[in-house]
Write a protein that binds this ligand. Structure first.
Ligand code: 1AE
Length: 404
């Protein structure tokens, strides 16, 4: 029988974890198992959840006793979509005490319903013609209230800095000054002008926003206007909305998933959904080509092991779909590039907003400093050495510090 296995960490000082696990396995599948007549029990057998494993850690102080509990849910119980999966494995029980969903092992059969990212790491690299180094992304900043000319000027400064991708800030919504079609056409025109000078291709991820019912139409209008990538605030809409967009044959550009809201879900040791499931597995399954998340080193951080577990979910072969590009973000500056490449390898996007625009010599120099940091790291040259011949990098290291 095909089934998906969920792992939970449950904290409780008193409870009998075996009873608790059984009550979840039964309660989240067939309901009131013991009260059913024999014939009904038999017919419900194929729907019954099963406790697969329980590892108890007795703890040493009040509040520290927990168990890691694995429960298998028959695939026959739920439809082949992420909303049904999540309601089955973590619907009602997410509200029942100190319980966190830490892992999901999905059956091969369930996974066949998910096409995954249309582009993934390889597709994004092909669009850019860059195969041998980390990519560099810059984030528009302070754009609320900017008019079209000001937005264009900021785009050009970022592009001249040598970045591969530019993304809207996730807080830029539809607005009268720079509505999406206008934004896309002026940015793509600017990208073409800069490409004439630099020979570099560039993806611009414009923010898809507004009511769910209008997202598809908005994406198609943006693509008609020349958009070559999209940004999407996945968690405020839901994974299934991302899947609708990413699997749409007419949406022919990569989608970058922003993690806004994730901090309400993953950081607690006692509640929510673990970061690798939330920002790794489910984002990739729903079709994100690039996935942003906090890094272990910047201004908004998460523990390194969790970060690397997200990377593994995005990179691993086990989901059977294209790999998604990890984008560790928030407070990234050039001095962090060696650590990013050490932890993620070259299949990563180095992403910065403040670390580019806040460069003392300006936005263009901010981009250059990152390009230089990537070059140095790829050549295994310490940043401090490379900086002796590269003024932008030197200034960045003087401003924000260097590698450790
Ligand atoms: C984890 C998301 C980071 C993000 O969206 C963002 O805008 C970062 O900006 P900086 O690089 O911290 O200025």
């Amino acid at each position: 029988m095909n089934r998906c296995i969920a792992t939970y960490r449950i904290y409780d000082d008193q409870v009998d974890f075996h009873k608790k696990a059984t009550s979840i396995a039964v309660g989240m599948t067939v309901g009131s198992w013991t009260e059913l007549p024999q014939t009904k029990r038999e017919s419900m057998q194929k729907h019954l959840g099963e406790v697969v494993d329980i590892q108890v850690n007795e703890g040493w102080e009040p509040g520290s006793r927990y168990a890691d509990v694995r429960i298998a849910y028959p695939d026959v119980n739920f439809s082949r979509d992420i909303p049904a999966l999540l309601v089955t494995v973590f619907g009602k029980i997410s509200m029942d005490g100190r319980i966190k969903l830490t892992d999901l092992e999905l059956s091969k059969d369930f996974l066949t319903s998910f096409p995954g990212p249309k582009f993934g790491i390889d597709g994004v690299r092909t669009l850019l013609g860059v195969h041998d180094r980390p990519l560099l992304m810059s984030i528009f900043k302070s754009v609320i209230g900017l008019n079209a000319d000001e937005l264009r000027a900021q785009f050009i400064r970022q592009a001249l800095g040598g970045v591969d991708l530019i993304k809207d800030d996730e807080i830029l919504f539809e607005n009268d000054l720079t509505p999406i079609e206008k934004r896309v056409s002026l940015c793509m025109q600017a990208a073409a002008e800069v490409e004439q000078k630099t020979g570099k291709k560039l993806l611009y991820a414009t923010n898809l926003t507004g009511r769910t019912s209008q997202l598809r139409e908005q994406a198609l209008r943006a693509i008609d206007a020349g958009a070559n990538a999209l940004l999407f605030n996945v968690l405020s809409y839901g994974y299934d909305v991302l899947q609708e967009l990413s699997s749409d044959p007419e949406i022919t550009v990569p989608i970058a998933a922003h993690p806004a809201l994730a901090g309400a879900i993953y950081p607690s040791p006692h509640y929510g959904i673990s970061a690798p499931v939330l920002l790794g597995q489910l984002m990739r399954l729903a079709g994100a080509d690039l996935v942003l998340f906090p890094s272990p080193y910047g201004s908004v951080t998460m523990p390194r092991e969790e970060n690397l577990a997200i990377r593994d979910e995005l990179h691993s072969a086990k989901l059977g779909v294209a790999r998604s590009m990890p984008v560790p973000s928030a407070g990234i500056h050039p001095g962090l590039v060696p650590r990013i490449i050490r932890d993620f390898g070259t299949d990563v996007v180095v992403n910065a907003g403040g670390g580019i625009h806040g460069h003392p010599m300006g936005t263009e120099a901010g981009g250059n400093a990152f390009v230089q940091a990537i070059e140095a790291t790829m050549k295994s040259v310490p940043l401090a050495d490379y900086a002796q011949e590269h003024e932008e990098l030197r200034t960045a290291l003087d401003t924000w510090g260097g590698e450790v």
